[in-house]
Design a protein around this ligand. Sequence first.
Ligand SMILES: Cc1ncc(C[n+]2csc(CCOP(=O)(O)OP(=O)(O)O)c2C)c(N)n1
Ligand SMILES: [Mg+2]
Length: 311
Amino acid sequence: MSKEKFNFVEAYYRYKKIRRTEERITEIYPTDKIKSPVHLSIGQESIAVGCSMASSKKDIIFSNYRGHAHFIAHGGDYKAFWSELYGKSNGLSSGKAGSMHLGDLNINFMFTSAIVASSIPNAVGYALAQKIKNLSNVVLCYHGDGAMDEGVFWESINFASLKQLPILFICENNEYAIYSHLKKRMYQANIIERVRSFGLKAKKIKNDTFTIFEETKKILKKIRMNSTPHFIEISTSRLKDHVGIKNSPNMKKNDSRLIEDKELLFLRSKVKDFKKIDKKIESEIDKAIRYAEKSKYPKQNEILSNVFSNL
Ligand SMILES: Cc1ncc(C[n+]2csc(CCOP(=O)(O)OP(=O)(O)O)c2C)c(N)n1
Ligand SMILES: [Mg+2]
């Protein structure tokens, strides 16, 4: 698709909505109204926006504890998202799961987990089911570079390759697992080469929304046609700390946060009525926050229902 035909209005809407949502979370967080730790994605919105715009509604999404951007970009229930952050009974998981465990089965967004890489074998299992059932849906599996330090990642891509499953692994590579740099964790830091050695088609994609959209669209088409597992890596950087709302100590001076802000300005420059979109986004956020604030907490006698524990 040519750049002229790309839906910049939608891209700007998704990008800005993620950005403003996380900025509002940052403002509210010190009040303790948000009941779970938050892992923010400010600075890496392009990945969620580009990939979500390239995917089809029937595709299945697996994300992780840093899932706000993916959830919003793929169109998860926005009010229930806020209620979940507030621990309210009309949240996505009745307010008992919080920011790290988002999910919305109406958009095939599988519930996420705080355990690094744990969703990856689940994603591969889901892709196996799509193949057995002869469906043309593709599984999109977002994960970080740190998830690739887990043995289960390599077992999973081996299986995906062996069975030629319809899955796209999307590596959001910020080069850090909390505060450990990639070079201190990986003997061979060229992850594309390592993944290719397992038989997957793998490509590094430039971090801008249109390029991510265009490349992902092409790759998803190939996966749908041939049922072949693919892997993409996108270099990224975040404004905020690993968890919480402080600025990240991993950020370098002049690093890609500025480039990412440029991306927001670039998308905005492509949209004539951006002020109208900004207003719409603020109103959606205000409404969702009001909804969460007014909603009730789960009742005391419901505290242990739908909760799995060894009590
Ligand atoms: C199995 C497991 N080991 C360790 C942790 C602690 N932990 C939480 S996030 C994280 C780093 C993950 O890094 P990466 O996959 O690159 O994601 P990022 O946070 O950079 O987006 C670690 C080690 C965990 N939650 N689960
Ligand atoms: Mg990382």
